[in-house]
Design a protein around this ligand. Structure first.
Ligand SMILES: Cc1cc2nc3c(=O)[nH]c(=O)nc-3n(C[C@H](O)[C@H](O)[C@H](O)COP(=O)(O)O)c2cc1C
Length: 295
């Protein structure tokens, strides 16, 4: 037991990072059943769709789980209301200021965990009243800040300046990464990419195979817009777009990511993996992944 397992009511201090669009209810429930903390991604989904996904998880498990709220989205506060109404244990707050959602959830029994890419945001989040900080290094999959810091640098720096518990995210794929995170002062970990290569993940089997074959050098930070970067798999399509960035329609490209995840067609869209893809060689059940990580 530590502060994180106690706070979230879970067995192991392992959070499955929300992964838009692939953290499906089956994966989330499997993580929570295995003793970790599953998280649904919400992105720009309709509120009713989020409600249905939460219900689907609740039908599969009675263990605690949560949702991720990207606080820049117009529905952020409504998602917080849904979290309280549907009695979720916790939410993670990313991609924006946690202040408004955190304030709203304060007396609702739902814990707030802020995902931060640097020390300044960690301090701001603690001042906003969050219950824990997830310090996410640039090796992670998903959206990134512009000034990249690695997990190894970020986690101890955040641990040194905040008083709430810190979790490490980015680059953790096995027991060695888990133990390293604890050695840096983290009380737990948030893991994304490793769970893509799980039997329960909804991603197309071809995407999982590509992940198991990817080298650690095969991801790249890609500018989806003026403000956002994503760490994505470097495919022939991505190489072409990187060579001629002005000639491509970023909106279409983003829209096509669902196509890539669900049909495995990487000539059409992109998939986001963290650098830890290089370490992942096998598709396993969520339970086997978690048990190996905490072993
Ligand atoms: C495909 C994908 C989608 C992601 N989408 C989100 C998201 O919607 N919200 C969020 O806060 N983090 C998102 N992340 C980040 C993860 O929640 C997690 O912090 C990250 O994957 C940890 O690093 P790792 O990939 O090295 O394990 C995403 C990551 C991946 C790989």
């Amino acid at each position: 037991m530590n502060e994180i397992t106690e706070m979230l009511g879970i067995r192991y201090p392992v959070i499955q990072g929300a992964m838009n669009p692939i953290s499906n209810p089956e994966m989330v429930a499997a993580v929570s059943e295995a003793g970790g903390f599953g998280l649904l991604a919400t992105g720009l989904k309709e509120l009713e769709a989020v409600r249905q996904e939460i219900k689907a998880v609740q039908q599969l498990t009675d263990k605690p789980f949560g949702i991720n709220i990207q606080t820049w989205t117009p529905t952020a506060l409504n998602l917080a209301k849904i979290s309280a109404e549907m009695a979720l244990s916790a939410v993670t707050l990313s991609a924006g200021s946690p202040v408004e959602v955190c304030d709203y959830l304060k007396d609702k029994g739902v814990k707030s965990l802020a995902v931060v890419p640097n020390v300044a945001n960690a301090v701001k989040s603690e001042n906003a009243g969050v219950d824990a900080i997830i310090a996410e290094g640039t090796e992670s999959g998903g959206v990134q800040g512009r000034n990249s810091v690695s997990t190894l640098v970020l986690v101890p720096m955040v641990v040194d300046v905040v008083n709430v518990p810190v979790l490490a995210a980015g680059g953790i794929g096995d027991a060695r990464g888990f133990r390293a995170a604890l050695a840096l002062g983290a009380k737990g970990v948030q893991i994304g990419t490793r769970f893509i290569a799980s039997q329960e993940c909804i991603a197309h089997p071809k995407v999982k195979t590509v992940l198991c074959q990817a080298k650690e050098t095969e991801t790249v930070l890609f500018a989806q817009s003026q403000r956002t970067l994503s760490r994505i798999l470097r495919t022939p399509l991505v190489e072409k777009l990187l060579a001629a960035p002005d000639r491509f329609d970023r909106k279409t490209f983003t829209a096509n990511q669902n196509e890539a995840w669900f049909t495995g067609n990487l000539d059409l869209g992109f998939v986001s993996f963290g650098q830890v893809a290089g370490l992942i060689k096998e598709i396993k059940s969520v339970k086997a992944i978690i048990e190996e990580i905490v072993s």
